[in-house]
Design a binder for this molecule. Sequence first.
Ligand SMILES: Cc1cc2nc3c(=O)[nH]c(=O)nc-3n(C[C@H](O)[C@H](O)[C@H](O)COP(=O)(O)OP(=O)(O)OC[C@H]3O[C@@H](n4cnc5c(N)ncnc54)[C@H](O)[C@@H]3O)c2cc1C
Ligand code: SF4
Ligand code: SF4
Length: 1015
Amino acid sequence: MTSRLPELSEVQKKEISELFGEYVNLDKRERHYYNHDIGALPSLIKKVIGNTDPAAVVKIQTEEDAVKLLEFANRHRIPVVPRAGASSGYGGVIPTKGGIVADITSLNNIISIDPERQKAVVQSGIIWEKLERKLKENGLSVRAIPSSAPSSTVGGWLAQSGAGYGSYEFGWGYESMEKARVVLPTGEIREFSGPELKKLIGTMGTTGIITEITLEVQKFEARKAISASFPSASALRKAVETIKEKKIPLWSISFLNPEWADMKNKSPRKLHYGEIVDKNRPILPVSYVSTFMYPASRDVSGLKEAIESAGGTILPEEIAKYETDEWFKSMKVKRLGPSFIPAEILVPLEKMDRAFEEIGKKIKLPVLTEGMVISDGYVVLLCFMRHSERSLLFNTAFALSLSILKIAEENGGRAYSSGLFFASKRKSVFGERLAEIEALKKEIDPNGIMNPETLEGKGLLNAAVSMGSAFEPFGRIAGNMSGIGDVSFKDEKEIPAEVAELAYSCSQCGYCVSECDQYYGRGWESQSPRGKWFFIKEYLAGREKLDQRQTNTFLGCTTCQMCDSRCELDMPIEHAWMTMRGKLVGEEKKMTFPPFEIMAASLLKERNIWANYRKDRDKWIPEDIRVKMKDKAEYAYFAGCTASFVENDVAIGAVRMLDDAGVEFTSLLDKEACCGIPMLVAGRWDVFEKIMRMNVSNMKKKGVKTVITSCPACWLMWHTVYPQWAKKLGIEYGLEAKHYSEVLVDRLDVLKPKFKQPLDKVVAWHDSCHLGRAGGEIYEPPRELLKSIPGIQFRELEYNRERAHCCGSVVSLIAEPPVAYKLGDMRLQEALDVKADIIAALCPCCIFQFRVAAKENNLNIEAQDLGALVARSLGYSIPDSTSYTLESWVPFEKMISLMQPENMTDLMVELMPQMMAAMPAPLQAMMKMVKYVPGMDAMMKPMMPIMMPRLMPLVMPKVMHDMLKAVEKRVPMPDYMREQLPDLMPKAMDNLMPNMLPELIPLLTPRMIEYIKTH
Ligand SMILES: Cc1cc2nc3c(=O)[nH]c(=O)nc-3n(C[C@H](O)[C@H](O)[C@H](O)COP(=O)(O)OP(=O)(O)OC[C@H]3O[C@@H](n4cnc5c(N)ncnc54)[C@H](O)[C@@H]3O)c2cc1C
Ligand code: SF4
Ligand code: SF4
């Protein structure tokens, strides 16, 4: 038996780091994110379980990694907990004994798909949703699928076991699995199939790491659905019994009880920048609402009669469509929680209505229930009671889940799963398989390293559950008195009320994790939306601190809004991080990313982020276009900073197309200012407001009604964010915004005859987030424009439109360039996969990022702007700005690197003579005592954090001249930047130093002492 291991020894740390390099994480704070599953536990149960932080997290990349890890763990007797989507709630991914969490999610490839034999071999960490997509490309489909498909994995479903959509026809999930490859705790690899496979089912990672699974799949066929309402559970049961009797060939039967339907109707609407998105959401009848799904070609003619003869009513098609569109959003109702007390049971179909009746009689809290009918005659009932995990009553109310379990048992049913919490029920869950499973466990895991306490439970917890079951009526009385009314939130610590509410509502389902570029660029849970919600709850509970590191995590979000589109609760996630930026940087005066401060200074001085001159802003405008530009016009073209100063091809291409299409427009010329988005994401909302006011007022002076942009971020500002801010600030706005592609798509008949040059290239299209998912879902106009170029061979990327992956630009480039290079590489690989010569985009920042990433990753692909490609085909000579883009990045990259604490420390050490000389004389004398008075250096260490913040404002102005020289030495700069640095740097330093010092002082102090001693 292994004992609890909260930390690895130094020797173990060294060895595991050598084995897994960047794929192991030993950081204490990061490890904390891996200590839980989806369940919110009452404080009393948490106490019994104790600290569950693992000692290390390893991201398994290959089967060999799993072998290496388990050999290492077995040698050192370290517990190992496999973790995949972490969408389960039975404690299987909770490292109750510390040790190592083995994150399986990178084992996510398809090994083979055999359409003939209808088989697929996959790595275990593949997410169901991805598998289904890939199968569909081959004309196939899975047989059964859990309703957590956007986050749960194939291996996770075998290890946890369960039923889902399709289980009415195909049974439990494992019944469609044929074979599994498993790395046993000793590192040996074994294949399990036939009766042997049964020993693995539902064993929750206690028998080894499953690496590969062979699945039976089916031919893909579009499905149809009928939804019906039933006045009672018995009416629903009767309908299902008739359907079975008459052998009506359905694929899936699922349903909601009236409480669930009611809550679904009341759940908050999906918002996009405060506007309701799902305007036509249908209202469900408050009754038993069941959805029957079947392949379109099947004859289900008896279905309607079966429903109606049982007393059911067929619901309008829009409800069936809504229920099937939302089939993976089962936890949507949790927005009204904020917490849920779960109870998941299995009952025979014939006793289902009785179980409902008893739940209704015995449980006084409303019980929301979702059900799925399985082919073996059982029904899964997933029951939730809404509550608040922050209330003490949560502890007593939790007892009601045992009452529901008892009702199941009394009606011939059982717990759905055993696991950490219901290990005492494992005999009824596993039945006669239990003896075989225990024998296998004994054989293959003599040291008990694999997921200890998951199969057999935890002594005290088992005792508590057994006692709770024995005294269930008493627990029920207390539980029934533990209801709560509406839960309201208020601003707390630095967390605004609306953000706190979302954090507690989040179901931790993980749908938002794998597709978040902040997450997949770095690979660790803290960076995902799910991780950030977890952080907020932990912070409010006093178990985390909101320091600069966490501020950086909120700032590191690229604003791609992939999370919003994936969230099953329809939460406005990105907006919450935006709120946190304003709160933390604007109000709490935490530090933004340092390069943003240089940009802010440049913006306030010269109205652009590139540290260039305002007077040069409109130099890109071709003279023949300049003369045609009106002083006042209905339309204005707004170029933005990057197209004005770096990628002129974007701006020139845009005006050439507009002009050729006959659009008359004006421009703010050198009065144009940055759209301000960098300041919005930097949390410098004070600067954003100034810039926005300036732009709006200048645009109005030109009599403009519609602002045409080329840059999606500028479009987002002019179209959506400026009007909102204008309303907030009491400014009359009255402007609308369009992307040029929207304007030109209506004039293609004018443009098309003017094309002169064909483009004989394969061009892949990248959707930018700010025009697509996070903006106005403008997907088709740019495609139409691009496809209109003669000769072009158009290609879609694997992730396109709503699902398009972010380029990884701006915020990642500024925060951590290597992460941006990795993200760029991933997106460019998609283009290379479709054999593209060019990746085309319409966002100057995406193009910038792709050009830089292509160079960094040595990829042979061009990144070109849509407008520039079109304009060249129209016969214009548009300069290619690729090499200037790469040149422009160099000073920024060097500056970003210089702003890292270690590099800033080096710079300050170089300036030590000047810094010492700039100090007041008595302080200089005191410092020098370090050299002569023994023990003085030890005294200096605690004094530095007190002294430095007072000293720096005195010293900095005096050493600024030398500092600028030192910066210039490290950062090769164009003239315009060098000339402006004396203005920009002091302003940036004033804002940065108060927050940067705490990071610098520990690095600087020893080197300062060393300097004094040696000089
Ligand atoms: C919104 C929502 C809907 C859900 N719907 C369903 C449903 O329809 N049906 C259903 O049955 N469940 C459902 N669940 C529960 C959960 O999604 C399933 O149990 C799912 O199968 C878990 O998969 P996972 O990849 O998230 O595994 P995890 O939660 O990561 O792990 C589950 C268990 O399996 C073990 N494990 C995972 N991968 C491996 C591996 N490769 N090797 C060895 N052990 C491993 C872990 O140690 C753990 O004990 C739902 C959950 C949510 C949040
Ligand atoms: S907006 Fe994009 S980067 Fe930000 S948290 Fe959501 S998915 Fe991640
Ligand atoms: S934010 Fe939404 S998608 Fe992400 S874990 Fe929470 S509920 Fe799930």
